[in-house]
Design a binder for this molecule. Structure first.
Ligand SMILES: *Cc1c(COP(=O)(O)O)cnc(C)c1O
Length: 362
């Protein structure tokens, strides 16, 4: 730290985000199951759009994202004028904190909430506040009890990462209704597409003035490396976010590829059905092996072990076989491992290694 040149308060409290690792020294047959990526990657339409976009790299992108916003509005039945696109939903989360939370303000989220909420709150100079969960599930009463007159933003991922659990829409509505007047509820829908019949909270956004939804192309759509996310909210909020968003925050490559991915119904259907099938299969296997999981609504399962030592040992056993999963001690769950649902062979390898590992445990 420099003696005189110092950043804004809060910045030095930010612990650097550790992405899911992807390499094991000396191994070729590594499977990365640590970042909730789509095991099939992007679909053909997205790949083709990516190749085409290469011809226009000298052109500045559209500043209004009109094409992608119209496609999102048509796909999800939303008002295009209230959609805002960003470099991943991380950027939307960051815009929200930048615009609504500053020094002396509180940003509330739950115990095992996504790490970016804390990072973005601190980067904005605000104070992160954590409410407890009940059995690794968002607890609306605890969030309401923790809300104060300083609370400006409340982040709830539904389904949540890394737990995979979710709360029903009437509970989300009760939270939106019970928050103090100056607080904005942010529903993080990074995994919303994996839940059949769930709109991510879009109808609640339309019905209220204090709810925003964030979504991403990083998970179901297989575009984590492209960095495209979006937000949907009441007009007064989207106007504000539009002021902090840089005019060229998304490249034409990002815009074109995301739009193509949205239209790839075959890839979406296959990704969803394989995820549901293999998630059920792996969850049942883990249960049979004596490893507890909560019912997951996303593209990963949270495997819970006896204690942190056992989770650590199982992680080492998986790494030794070329399987990288996510340790979630930084999410307050040192006794657990978060395992992304891979393709069939990856899921079978995971079950096999954990099965062999559990046989060695007393
Ligand atoms: C993966 C994830 C995101 C999405 O991040 P992007 O910036 O869109 O890649 C947001 N919220 C949660 C809870 C996530 O797990």
């Amino acid at each position: 730290m420099h003696a005189h040149i110092r950043p804004q308060p809060g910045i030095l409290e930010i612990a650097l985000y550790q992405g899911g690792s992807s390499k094991i020294a000396g191994r070729e047959d590594v499977v990365k199951l640590s970042s909730n990526e789509n095991p099939f990657g992007p679909g053909d339409l997205a790949r083709n759009a990516y190749m085409r976009a290469g011809h226009d790299l000298h052109r500045y992108p559209a500043t209004d994202h009109a094409g992608l916003r119209a496609a999102l509005a048509a796909s999800f039945g939303l008002d295009a004028s209230r959609i805002l696109c960003g470099a991943g939903s991380d950027e939307i989360i960051s815009f929200l904190c930048q615009a609504y939370a500053g020094r002396g303000d509180e940003v509330l989220y739950s115990e095992h909430g996504f790490l970016m909420y804390r990072i973005s709150a601190l980067a904005a100079g605000a104070t992160p506040v954590v409410a407890p969960e009940r059995a690794r599930t968002t607890d609306v009463d605890a969030l309401l009890a923790a809300a104060t007159k300083r609370t400006k933003l409340v982040f709830v991922a539904n389904p949540n990462n890394p737990t995979g659990t979710m709360i029903p829409m009437d509970e989300v509505q009760r939270l939106a209704e019970g928050l103090p007047r100056q607080a904005l509820l942010v529903l993080d829908g990074a995994y919303a597409e994996f839940v059949e019949g769930y709109d991510g909270g879009a109808a609640l956004v339309d019905a209220r003035e204090n709810v925003v939804m964030t979504r991403t192309f990083s998970k179901l759509f297989g575009l984590g490396g492209l960095r495209v996310g979006w937000g949907y909210g009441p007009q007064h909020v989207m106007e504000v976010l539009g002021r902090v968003r840089g005019p060229f925050n998304l490249s034409n490559v990002q815009l074109d590829v995301a739009e193509a991915a949205l239209g790839d119904a075959a890839h979406i259907t296959r990704s969803l059905s394989e995820n549901a099938r293999l998630r059920d299969w792996l969850s049942a296997k883990l249960t049979a092996l004596g490893v507890a999981t909560d019912p997951s609504h996303a593209n990963f399962v949270l495997a819970r072990f006896r204690d942190a030592t056992q989770a650590e040992a199982c992680n080492a056993a998986l790494l030794a076989e070329g399987l990288i999963v996510r340790q979630v001690g930084s999410y307050g769950l040192p006794e657990a491992l978060r395992i992304t649902i891979g393709d069939e062979s990856a899921c079978r390898r995971v079950a096999h290694v954990i099965g062999t590992f559990m046989e060695t445990q007393g």
